[in-house]
Unconditional design. Structure first.
Length: 205
């Protein structure tokens, strides 16, 4: 008998300046594991999205109120780019993410996507991690930074380190929702040995 909860409606958020690996690696892993995944953009964002490394994609759908799991990539924070996370922190996206979280969605960030969650007011006092080069910024914003963690699962908020840590975050989410064997299958498919540590806290709303 399958005692696992239903696979969540999953959206991978992208915006101009997003880091390619942050978004695309988890997208592939979650979709291959059977998560119903779609790529979305902020509502006010143009439909054509340009990544940090020159990828241009058409994203007709904006983030929706029925999303149950939202993956938030980083990008642009470390080089001070005019596009990327810093630009999104100054727009409507932080409030939208806060509203989604308040409605029950799980938010998962990769790399400096954690700074967007912080701008949404969601990481104050919570255990979290981000790209090692931005840990001090995240701590200054009020997060309880766990510097040695690869992935931090705090229940409704899950954060990961630098870009490649998104692979381990996605594998953890597969395991969290579908069980250990599903997580192992996902890792075998990638020919990837999961990297830790993964910190699982008590979690809070």
């Amino acid at each position: 008998m399958n005692n696992h909860p239903p696979v969540p409606v999953t959206e991978v958020l992208v915006f101009d300046g997003f880091d390619d690996l942050d978004a695309v690696a988890p997208l592939e892993i979650l979709a291959a594991a059977g998560f119903p995944v779609r790529v979305v953009r902020p509502p006010s964002h143009p439909a054509t999205v340009h990544s940090a490394h020159g990828l241009s994609i058409d994203v007709p759908d904006s983030i929706s109120a029925d999303a149950e799991l939202v993956l938030v990539p980083g990008g642009g924070w470390l080089d001070g780019s005019a596009a990327g996370v810093r630009a999104q922190c100054d727009g409507d996206l932080p409030q939208l993410l806060a509203d989604l979280h308040g409605a029950g969605a799980v938010l998962a960030s990769v790399c400096t996507g954690a700074l967007l969650l912080s701008a949404a007011g969601l990481l104050t006092g919570r255990p979290a991690v981000t790209n090692r080069m931005a840990l001090d910024d995240l701590a200054a914003a009020g997060a309880d930074v766990r510097r040695d963690a690869r992935v931090v699962d705090d229940g409704s908020i899950v954060t990961a380190g630098g870009p490649a840590a998104g692979i381990d975050l996605a594998l953890h989410l597969v395991q969290r929702v579908l069980g250990e064997e599903a997580g192992r299958r996902a890792a075998r498919r990638l020919e990837h040995e999961p990297v830790g540590p993964v910190l699982i806290s008590v979690g809070k709303a």
